[in-house]
Design a protein around this ligand. Structure first.
Ligand code: UCC
Length: 621
């Protein structure tokens, strides 16, 4: 580097000296000739351009995904599933990735009025977005889970495909998540509402693009999306024919090009009485348009102006007499829509894990192309160390999300044991909260691996960071999900935690003879005892410690998954290494915080005083 600078400097000095002497000598002409050959001279850009990262088949290169599927899926199903995933792994790196980038360029628009002032409320979506609809149907991204061709393994197969699809989906993964949740709800109420099977379920689960419907999930109103019980103002007025009309304002309605939706509303009786709180909410099914395409007394107010996920037409909607059918018992709305949340939270987790894998793959490929200080950056151990840390996070997230998918598959076909159901209930918010948060940090670090190019819009990289930010917000923020973890434990009378404990012990036992995993096993065991012990000894602190507690549960469980995976037949030394690296980190932040006094009354008070130190409106406190 220094040598290069020195020679340019010498050359410049020669030019400067020569330019003061009058006649043009042959020496000077030679120097001019050389100058013309120098890059950038005479406005030439020179031959050097940055090499862009290449995407390779996203299935064949994903060793953790492949080995997990091989470990679990029975041999009679594996070849067909693997062959479809391999084909699809190629598509997400080629034609679907191009569509994905196109979705980010051609954003949805809402045309509210025509030139003469008439309200038209036309939602305009891009050809690429529409193509994603057809791809989703043809690839069976919902259908696979409900056709159940592979029994309990159908869900795992579908989720593996969703995981591959998400980073190339142009955010069509959002309507798919809600569509999946809607299909699951309809299955659960089909006894009471058989008509919904023919009317909606058959379309939500169709492989035919012309038949395929997508669903919305409208839970958020103007007062916010976390406290649904107090925030839902929408009223449901019963009609003579048994249907209802809905009157309210839905504040954040994703993918409003959907065909149907589930939503919550409060029934009002003829005297105008309503029941406040959760007990007043019921679940409603509605279709957005009639057969002529006219909106069902729904007036879109505006599209939301979001940081990311701008490909998704998210809108504020006024429901002004919208025809709907009540599908839950009165007052069971939140409990009923929770089944949908299980699915959308799992899809969110797949998007997080798939997104982590994608950015790590891109950064890895780039490290072989990008030269700095005379070498490809893959040759610098410091850079590879950074990539390795991201790789461990991506592997752990993949294992966790696949394991929850496997459990859901057993639930789908009615063979999950009570213990598995409790474990899945506990793991769903844990998986969503942990992976949602990590997706941001892994994506951010991944972008940094591209240097300045990671900050340039038309590389397609910054959009990954914007889109990752939503994963810890929608479908329940980190704190709301931490509280949901406590809900899952208390609703089970504490037995969910016992199941969690036993499950981890069983997994660790598979590694008992593996010397290389000894220390990892010990660390997971210690974290397990400490985390579960914390809940027993400090139950009064659980709400304050909810986030640290949830993190401890997640990290400990992921440690157990990595250990189990590394101990399985066919595991590689890299599986062992990943488990070792994961387990050397702090698996139990709740104990670290406890020891530091983070949950004392003094800390609570000091937190408050520090946060509001300098706040200009003391009268509000
Ligand atoms: O709609 C949105 C955007 C859509 C985009 C989707 C994209 C997805 C991914 C794409 C990938 C790229 S965002 C809106 C999402 N909204 C939320 O997630 C809501 C967040 N808030 C919560 O989760 C709260 O914890 C609430 C709303 C559930 C709290 O409600 P309550 O009424 O205060 O809670 P309760 O009273 O504790 O629970 C009421 C009932 C109980 O049942 P019972 O009565 O039998 O005891 C609970 O056990 O609901 C049950 N319940 C649950 N059951 C509550 N939560 C759950 C749960 N998670 N699972 C099972």
């Amino acid at each position: 580097m220094f040598k290069l600078r020195q020679s340019v400097f010498n050359w410049y000095k020669t030019i400067a000296r020569k330019s003061t002497s009058a006649p043009m000598t042959s020496e000077l002409q030679e120097l001019e000739r050389q100058a013309a050959a120098i890059p950038f001279a005479h406005a030439k850009l020179g031959p050097f351009f940055q090499d862009k990262p290449e995407l390779h088949n996203q299935f064949t290169g994903d060793t953790i995904l492949r080995s997990y599927l091989r470990r679990h899926i029975p041999s009679q199903h594996l070849p067909a599933i693997e062959s479809d995933l391999e084909r699809f792994g190629g598509r997400v790196a080629t034609d679907l990735y191009d569509l994905h980038l196109q979705c980010d360029k051609e954003l949805p628009q809402l045309e509210q009025f025509d030139a003469w002032g008439r309200r038209v409320d036309r939602l305009i979506t891009s050809p690429a977005w529409k193509a994603m609809h057809d791809v989703s149907a043809e690839e069976g991204l919902i259908a696979i889970a409900y056709e159940r061709k592979y029994g309990e393994w159908s869900r795992l197969y579908q989720m593996a495909k969703v995981y591959l699809f998400c980073p190339s989906a142009g955010l069509y993964s959002c309507p798919l998540a809600m569509t999946d949740g809607a299909a699951k709800i309809i299955e659960s109420v089909k006894g009471q509402h058989p008509w919904l099977m023919e009317r909606a379920y058959s379309r939500l689960t169709s492989r035919s693009p012309s038949e395929f419907w997508t669903s919305g999930q409208w839970m958020t109103e103007r007062r916010g999306g976390s406290d649904v019980a107090r925030g839902t103002e929408t009223l449901a007025v019963s009609q003579d024919d048994g249907s209802y009309t809905l009157h309210g304002y839905k504040w954040f309605s994703s993918a409003t090009d959907a065909d149907m939706t589930f939503t919550l509303a409060r029934c009002i009786d003829q005297s105008g009485n309503i029941v406040q709180g959760t007990q007043g909410l019921s679940l409603f099914y509605l279709e957005l348009r009639d057969e002529n395409g006219a909106l069902n007394n729904i007036q879109p107010q505006r599209l939301k102006n979001k940081l990311g996920t701008r490909q998704v037409p998210t809108a504020e909607l006024l429901l002004d007499g919208t025809r709907a059918a009540k599908v839950s018992a009165e007052g069971r709305g939140v409990a009923s829509i929770a089944g949908m949340l299980t699915l959308t939270r799992l899809h969110n987790s797949m998007a997080a894990a798939g997104g982590m894998r994608r950015i790590v793959n891109l950064a890895r490929d780039y490290s072989t192309r990008r030269h700095a200080f005379g070498n490809p950056i893959k040759n610098y151990p410091l850079h590879v160390q950074t990539l390795a840390r991201l790789e461990v996070e991506a592997r752990a997230a993949t294992l966790l999300t696949l394991e929850v998918s496997r459990l859901l598959g057993r639930d789908d076909v009615g063979i999950a044991t009570d213990e598995e159901t409790q474990l899945m209930r506990l793991l769903t918010p844990l998986t969503k909260l942990y992976t949602g948060k990590q997706a941001m940090s892994v994506t951010s670090e991944g972008l940094e691996c591209f240097g300045g190019q990671g900050y340039i819009e038309d590389t397609g990289l910054p959009g990954m960071l914007r889109d990752a930010q939503v994963l810890s917000i929608w479908e329940g923020t980190t704190n709301i999900l931490s509280l949901d973890v406590l809900r899952a434990i208390s609703k089970s009378g504490g037995s969910a935690l016992k199941v969690y404990h036993e499950d981890i012990q069983t997994r660790l036992a598979t590694a008992k003879d593996k010397e290389a995993l000894k220390s990892a096993v010990e660390r997971v065991n210690e974290a397990l005892g400490n985390t579960v012990g914390f809940a027993g000894k400090h139950s009064e602190l659980l709400e304050l410690a909810a986030r640290d507690f949830a993190y401890s549960l997640s990290k400990t469980f992921m440690g157990a998954l990595l250990v189990e995976h590394a101990a399985a037949d066919g595991a590689t030394d890299m599986d062992v290494y990943a488990a070792q690296r994961w387990c050397e980190a702090n698996l139990c932040p709740v104990i670290t915080a406890l020891k530091a006094g983070a949950y004392t009354g003094r800390a609570v008070d000091a937190n408050f005083r520090m946060v509001f130190d300098g706040y200009p409106h003391p009268s509000r406190l």
